[in-house]
Design a protein around this ligand. Structure first.
Ligand SMILES: Cc1cc2nc3c(=O)[nH]c(=O)nc-3n(C[C@H](O)[C@H](O)[C@H](O)COP(=O)(O)O)c2cc1C
Length: 349
């Protein structure tokens, strides 16, 4: 598939705040994710040089092709943020028009962002056009990620698609839910098919892909150019290997054995520790349930792991159930530990 001049595979890792950070992106990449995105970064925090926002823009060469995702309302701030992002040389710049969280999405034409801009499509189009113009001299394609509409009474898929195309976006991703649904109910893929039928730019289908079979079904039912996986990959980065294997052969490859999953979890936590210190290890707790899925002693071990704050704690916690599995991995040096600020909080300060 082509995104502007960029040639990429068709299985994407979704941007997820406080989940799709560098360590997780690198693991997903290694296990088959073709394109990854940073967590969303508020333009207003970027232009005020807020540290938490700057941290979220960082990535390593191993993560390419990578998109930086930004969101905001003010055109000037979006242009400045896009230029700042371009300085990091991402492969893609993505604009978020999907976040449903109240403090992001609610507000009027001059203050809402994320999915809130689905209620102000002219302004959304202006933002896309301004960002596309900003990125053109940098040769960085612009993609858009959004939802089906604000609510069931205002499904705006085809209008959003036309506006994104007219404004010069190189690709659009639809999460098959409305803002009103938040993350509840089922994603409706029929609207994704309608978008694909009408689109002249690549369309990515997103929402409720949790297994290799789901990914294949998204391709079959909608004809999309690519699929994007969010929650299904949390604590299960090998899902990407499974999807590629199933699409190629029609057979779902065996997921890694529990010992391999535990070793991956430990590696994930060590990378997070190296990058962020103790709060990095705390962030990886979101993945524990996934890594231990189908292990008989999961709930007891999970309780122990939830207390751990560094690789030595983890090694001790894992020693009884998995002796030797993580024993010979040296602990990394402690990074300059930073507080676990949320970008969203920064945006509202
Ligand atoms: C914890 C979490 C954080 C998320 N953060 C972002 C984000 O920063 N940017 C974005 O575009 N979508 C974000 N999303 C939405 C996902 O990218 C995706 O659209 C949604 O989860 C549906 O896909 P899934 O069913 O595969 O999870 C987030 C979702 C979750 C669960």
């Amino acid at each position: 598939m082509r995104i502007g001049a960029l040639d990429v595979g068709r299985v994407f890792l979704a941007p997820m705040e406080e989940v799709s950070d560098g360590p997780f992106r690198r693991l997903c990449k290694r296990m088959g994710a073709d394109v990854v995105y940073t967590e969303f970064v508020p333009a207003e925090a970027m232009v005020r040089n807020i540290k938490a926002a700057e941290r979220k823009l960082a990535f390593t060469e191993a993560e390419r092709p990578i998109g930086i995702q930004i969101y905001g309302n003010r055109i000037d701030a979006m242009i400045e943020a896009a230029n700042m992002a371009a300085g990091r040389r991402p492969d893609i710049l993505d604009i978020n028009f999907g976040c449903p969280v109240k403090k992001v999405a609610e507000g009027d034409r001059a203050s809402c962002s994320g999915s809130g801009l689905l209620r102000f499509p002219d302004h959304m189009e202006e933002i896309i056009a301004a960002v596309v113009e900003t990125m053109a001299p940098h040769d960085i394609p612009v993609t858009v990620k959004t939802r089906l509409g604000w609510d069931d009474e205002s499904i705006s898929v085809l209008d959003t698609l036309r506006r994104a195309e007219r404004a010069g976006a190189d690709l659009i991703t639809f999460h098959g839910r409305t803002r009103a649904q938040m993350f509840r109910g089922d994603a409706d893929w029929t609207w994704i098919r309608r978008a694909k039928e009408e689109a002249s730019i690549p369309v990515i289908g997103n929402g409720d892909i949790r297994t290799p079979e789901d990914a294949a079904r998204m391709f079959d039912e909608t004809g999309v150019d690519g699929v994007m996986i969010g929650r299904g990959a949390v604590g299960a980065p090998w899902l990407f290997t499974g999807i590629h294997g199933f699409l190629r052969t029609g057979v779902v490859p065996e997921p890694p054995a529990i010992e391999e999953r535990v070793a991956l979890y430990f590696e994930h936590a060590c990378m997070a520790f190296e990058e962020k210190g103790r709060w990095g290890v705390r962030m990886v707790r979101k993945h524990v349930k996934g890594y231990l899925r189908e292990f008989a002693g999961a709930s007891r071990l999970r309780a122990k792991l939830m207390e751990c704050e560094d690789p030595d704690d983890l090694r001790r916690a894992l020693a009884d159930d998995f002796p030797g599995v993580v024993g010979d991995v040296p602990p990394p040096a402690l990074a300059d530990a930073s507080p676990p600020e949320s970008t969203r909080e920064d945006a509202t300060r």
